[in-house]
Design a protein around this ligand. Structure first.
Ligand code: ATP
Length: 306
């Protein structure tokens, strides 16, 4: 459905997208997950035809933007990171305006109001909508034309958990009813894990890993995490069992750290002994299985949301 081949995009010296290959199958929901500046928006905007690669090629249903602009506009629905509406138009008037671009009538507008659950708000001015309602309106506009491909740039950033859940429910229902193909960018690993069949982890313009959640986590199959805080500074270079550690992140000033190890049961006693020998007291200790964020730390040494 979407084929991205060796795509590069630079902004002066910044390599925003630095050699990306990506294949997306029909009906797949794909999350581009990564921290600020990873290159997610730039990649999505190139797939949307809003920006053009310096190097490489993007094909959508075997078509390129330069030869098939009109056709591709009909196939794709998109919602940008920040959608600007006309504040003094109502929800209904806004939908009518966008529907007119596609020659769509009242029936489709009503379907969209029901789908994104804005019937009760249809007479409200857009300026008076909550963040979640605005995002649902943006999603509704993206869906007006029944697009085969939906591209959403951070559809739930800044929303509270209930508002996020409402967007998730709409996207889930769309998947089962329409077989839509979707790419969304997000900072939230729970969003990627809940909604998407395929997760693409990006950093510094590159893909670090891709696959289903299970595939990604099984790359570090035995990975488990010790997360701890102490009453004093931890000397990071003296942690025991160096060869058993997949990755450690120690924050000396905050007196806290995380260690990703292969085998928790065999490692934990030596860690506790180390804490005792350093005359430290554990003020908190948590052991758990790896999450996507831990996987990101294992790959980059940083948290996803930093
Ligand atoms: N128009 C532009 N001009 C100059 N630099 C840009 C431009 N667009 C993006 N960049 C730079 O390219 C890099 C990738 O940015 P991009 O917005 O694609 O990342 P992102 O992963 O979407 O980040 P975020 O999650 O914060 O939206 C960043 O370093 C950014 O500052």
């Amino acid at each position: 459905m979407i084929k991205v081949t060796n795509v590069h995009k630079n902004f002066k010296e910044v390599k925003a997208v630095n050699g990306i290959d990506l294949h997306i199958q029909p009906g797949q929901y794909v999350a581009l997950l990564g921290p600020n500046g990873a290159g997610k928006t730039t990649l999505v905007e190139m797939i949307e035809g809003l920006q053009h690669p310096d190097v490489g090629e993007i094909q959508i249903m075997e078509k390129r933007w330069k030869d098939h602009q009109e056709e591709l506009h009909r196939i794709i629905g998109l919602s940008l990171q920040e959608t600007r509406f006309v504040d003094k138009l109502s929800v209904l008037e806004t939908l009518r305006l966008f529907a007119s671009f596609y020659g769509l009538g009242g029936k489709r507008i009503q379907e969209i109001l029901d789908l994104v659950n804005l019937e009760e708000k249809k007479k409200s001015f857009v300026v008076n909508l909550s963040g979640g309602q605005r995002q649902r309106l943006a999603l509704g506009i993206a869906l007006l034309n029944e697009p085969e491909i939906l591209l959403l740039d951070e559809p739930t950033t800044g929303l509270d958990p209930t508002a996020r859940r409402e967007i998730w429910d709409i996207l889930k229902s769309l998947k089962s009813s329409n077989n839509t193909t979707m790419i969304l960018t997000t900072h939230y690993m729970d969003e990627a894990a809940y909604l998407c069949d395929k997760i693409v982890i990006m950093d510094s313009g590159k893909i670090l890993a891709e696959g289903t959640l299970e595939q990604l986590l099984s790359k570090h199959k035995k990975g488990e995490v010790i997360s701890f805080e102490t009453n004093g500074p931890i000397p990071p270079d003296q942690l025991p069992g160096g060869d058993k550690i997949i990755k450690s992140v120690i924050e000396p000033v905050a007196n806290k750290g995380e260690i990703i190890i292969e085998d928790l049961v065999s490692y934990l006693p030596s860690f506790l002994e180390f804490i005792k020998n350093q005359n430290l007291v554990l003020t908190s200790l948590e052991c758990r299985k790896m999450t996507l964020d831990d996987l990101f730390i294992a790959m980059t040494g940083r948290h996803l949301n930093q």
